[in-house]
Design a protein around this ligand. Structure first.
Ligand code: BEZ
Length: 230
């Protein structure tokens, strides 16, 4: 309060590279704490509400691709501000419709604790704008990617898997991935860090590097060895 005027404080903004705030929450699989998943990747995703069509299609899609997330050591965690009985009722309906038993926990964030921590609540309260958030969290619990979708349009699970593949390759090999990269495609190696290296890259045809400029070189992942674990 300044001079009797309510001043809105800028909210702490979660960004890529920050440690994911820990929380404990009630879910459809009992009480969980984010930090219990240390050592695994976590895909934390919010949805606007239970018993809604787009969200239902997303949960069915996540469940159908669950083995792909498992293969990548990714724990899926859904969250919305609905109650746990509402979640259970909705997942039960999905089971009756499809035969799918939802294979991952859905957080009942009744007091919006998780939503507030992760900035999932749009400060303008514009419901349609920022209700489908995705946080990809690495095994050290650092936030590695943040995506936001509107209420009207469902997420693409294949893009989420592709992004996880790209993040895992970058983490393991210290490389980047180009636009539209798919697993198996060449990757981008770090820019030359000495003049000697730059000259070598710019003028020589190197066995395992394809360079279009000294700062723009690709290689096959099979030619690389994983970085030492920190
Ligand atoms: C849906 O999931 O269908 C939905 C949820 C909230 C607003 C609009 C659509």
């Amino acid at each position: 309060m300044i001079n009797n005027i309510e001043v809105e404080r800028p909210r702490e903004c979660l960004t890529i590279g920050r440690i994911a705030p820990d929380f404990t929450a009630v879910t459809t699989e009992g009480i969980i704490t984010l930090s219990q998943y240390r050592g695994r990747w976590v895909l934390l995703f919010s949805h606007p509400g239970d018993f809604t069509p787009v969200c239902t299609s997303e949960f069915i899609a996540f469940a159908q691709l669950y083995p792909e997330f498992e293969k990548r050591n990714v724990q899926l965690l859904g969250v919305s501000i609905d109650s746990n009985p509402a979640h259970i009722g909705w997942l039960y309906d999905i089971y009756l419709m499809t035969g799918i038993v939802m294979p991952f926990p859905l957080i009942a964030d009744r007091d919006a604790h998780v939503a507030e921590l992760y900035g999932m609540v749009n400060p303008d309260r514009v419901y349609e704008l920022s209700v489908r958030d995705v946080f990809i969290i690495d095994p050290n619990q650092r936030i590695r990617a943040i995506l936001t979708y509107p209420a009207s349009n469902g997420r693409n699970m294949y893009e989420l898997l592709r992004l996880i593949d790209a993040l895992q390759v970058s983490t393991t090999y210290g490389v980047s991935t180009p636009a539209n990269w798919m697993p198996g495609d060449p990757v981008i190696v770090p820019v030359a860090s000495t003049l000697e290296e730059a000259l070598e890259r710019g003028t020589t045809s190197l066995d395992d590097l394809t360079c279009f400029a000294w700062w723009y070189c690709f290689t096959d992942l099979s030619d690389l060895t994983p970085l030492p674990k920190p």
